[in-house]
Ligand binder design. Structure first.
Ligand code: ZN
Length: 314
């Protein structure tokens, strides 16, 4: 159910955010317009007329089938004990903060009672950072893979050489190159550097007919539906042949250490999605607030159990 978020003028500061969304009614009004830009439509029977209930906040009753629909029904916000304006503030902080914000920081900034509710809030919003109908990358695309140190409670990040991936998180990355500049990015957690893993990544994230430019790693040739452009090189020169994906990987590692003190395996894909969301909206950070709320509004509710299970890579 794709829709355009209203609000062409996204708030550009916390002051503006507070002025635009001072209370629950203002947030609900925005969500109502976002959900039903042409006016209420009953999700049950499709009837286009409903009453706003006076007895239930932000809920409409269909005049035909009398089904009652909350403005947050079926969205990631539904069933949350947190007020809507807390969701709006959290979305604003997560979307506009140049490096993102940890659950602990969110808890402090928003004065939330428990770390768990801050964690849930930030993970639900992080899940909303992948638009359900986003288009795959196209044209010339740099594709590469990397490993980032794993954060665990007991084990220090594995040092030393060798080919063991123990203590490392493996990531495949692809970035469009348009006119010598980076376009959109995708990152995926992978289990190994085999052609099965890399072909699956390319199949999911690159449009048919696009050109995959790689460093010539043997896992890439034969990827279906793309033109493969290998540049076989020594590892020292990889950043020259694939400058943009290398820059992305360097920034990813700095970010993971800076904001989260390293990433953990179970939620790796969620954090990669956050990095991608931020990267792809780097020119339009304030509008990113809108798109985060819009996706949150189009994304189904998530339970704590769903969130603590690893996210499938897609
Ligand atoms: Zn109805």
């Amino acid at each position: 159910m794709p829709w355009e978020a209203p609000m062409s003028d996204a708030p550009r500061s916390l002051f503006e955010l507070q002025r635009r969304f001072p209370d629950e009614a203002a947030c609900a009004a925005w969500l109502t317009t976002a959900r039903w830009p042409e006016g209420f439509v009953c999700p049950g029977c499709g009837h286009a007329k409903g009453w706003a209930l006076e007895t239930k906040a932000f809920t409409y009753e269909c005049t035909s089938c009398h089904r009652q629909t909350s403005v947050t029904a079926g969205t990631v916000m539904h069933g949350s004990k947190l007020p809507l304006h807390v969701w709006f503030w959290a979305a604003y902080l997560m979307a506009t903060h140049s490096n993102g914000i940890s659950a602990l920081q969110l808890q402090k900034q928003l004065g939330l009672g428990s770390y768990k509710s801050a964690w849930l809030l930030s993970h639900k919003l992080r899940r909303a950072m992948v638009a359900p109908e986003r288009a795959p990358l196209a044209g010339l695309v740099e594709v590469d893979e990397t490993e980032i140190p794993l954060r665990t409670k007991d084990d220090p990040p594995a040092g030393g050489g060798g080919r063991s991936h123990q203590g490392k998180l493996l990531v495949a990355g692809a970035v469009e190159v348009q006119g010598g500049k980076p376009g959109r990015l995708r990152l995926a957690a992978i289990t190994d550097y085999s052609s099965d893993s890399l072909h699956a990544f390319i199949g999911a994230d690159l449009a048919a007919g696009s050109t995959a430019k790689t460093d010539g790693w043997p896992g890439y040739p034969g990827a279906p539906d793309v033109i493969h452009q290998p540049h076989v090189i020594g590892s020292m020169a990889a950043h020259i042949v694939l400058p943009w994906i290398h820059r992305v990987f360097a920034n990813l590692k700095t970010w993971a250490l800076g904001v989260y003190h390293g990433l953990r395996r179970p939620h790796l894909q969620s954090y990669l999605n956050e990095f991608v969301f931020r990267f792809n909206r780097r020119q339009t950070r304030h509008a990113a607030f809108k798109s985060l709320l819009a996706i949150a509004h189009a994304t189904k509710p998530l339970t704590y159990k769903m969130l603590i299970e690893p996210e499938p890579t897609a």
